[in-house]
Design a protein around this ligand. Structure first.
Ligand SMILES: O=P(O)(O)OC[C@@H](O)[C@@H](O)c1c[nH]c2ccccc12
Length: 268
């Protein structure tokens, strides 16, 4: 049983939905990432998406694009993401982590090597947004060998592909709430509840929703229908706002606490 499966099962038995924050590794510094992983867990995060910064984040809006640029100034790599996950485990972190990376860094690093090291870092899953179903078989076969979940994305436009994607899904199914790129939204696709029902009937796996979820009301709205709710840009934007605190050793902890306070609000 993968750590992620256990987390979803436990939450389901408690009638709860997973709060799944996304942060970019190394934004603004790898030591801050470590403190955020531990602090967000203490603040109610149930699963954390660890974003590997990339120079060409096609599916990302401006907030995460800027976070990737800040992290790349520190030359953050996939290896750093694996190491910070391992350090968090050594510091007592127990919630599941999902590595979030575009396909190119996976190819550069070597898929076999990556999955082998993900086991060592106790990372439970991976999301590769620009890996289409048609090209995903070799990666899924490696992932299955290491019992790591290759989590697929489905969007309202996926239509009949939802069934195909669901058949090959592992871990959970990431439902994108609306078209376009990541980023805070005030409204979602009109038929979003129908879309979620469609995904629900296509698979027994947990389903999580992401894109634009930015406050406790959004989290509450989707928690009844989804097993997980992903919040990225709204958290990353608070990291950006707290940069002056985070970038000075004397006040970094205050900055971390500010972000953790927001996570606690989302979980409330
Ligand atoms: O930032 P948002 O709107 O809260 O959406 C989550 C998103 O950040 C995270 O899951 C993610 C970051 N980059 C992505 C690219 C594609 C799909 C999902 C993502």
């Amino acid at each position: 049983m993968n750590r992620m499966d256990a987390a979803f099962e436990k939450l389901k038995s408690e009638g709860k939905s997973a709060l799944i924050p996304f942060i970019t590794v190394g934004d603004p510094h790898i030591d801050i990432t470590l403190e955020l992983l531990l602090g967000m867990e203490r603040s109610g995060a149930d699963i954390i998406e660890l974003g590997v910064p990339y120079s060409d984040p096609l599916a990302d809006g401006p907030v995460i694009e800027r976070a990737s640029a800040r992290a790349l100034q520190n030359h953050i790599t996939i290896r750093d993401s694996l190491q910070v996950a391992k350090k968090a485990r050594e510091r007592g972190a127990s919630i599941p982590y999902v590595l979030f990376t575009y396909y190119n860094p996976v190819l550069q690093y070597g898929a076999e090597k990556l999955f082998n090291e993900m086991v060592d870092s106790e990372i439970s899953g991976i999301i590769i947004p620009d890996l289409p179903l048609e090209e995903s078989t070799p990666i899924r076969e490696i992932a299955d060998r290491y019992s790591i979940h290759l989590v697929p994305l489905v969007a309202p436009t996926s239509k009949e592909r939802v069934k195909q994607i669901a058949q090959h899904a592992r871990g959970f199914i990431y439902c994108v709430s609306s078209l376009g790129v990541t980023g805070v939204r005030s409204s979602f696709a009109a038929n979003i509840e129908d879309f979620l029902d469609e995904v629900r009937t296509a698979s027994d796996l947990p389903i999580a929703i992401g894109f634009g979820i930015s406050n406790a009301e959004h989290v509450r709205r989707f928690s009844s229908q989804c097993d997980g709710v992903v919040v990225g840009s709204a958290i990353v934007r608070r990291i950006e706002e707290a940069l002056p605190l985070l970038q000075s050793p004397q006040t970094a902890q205050d900055g971390v606490l500010q972000i953790c306070k927001f996570v606690r609000e989302l979980k409330s």
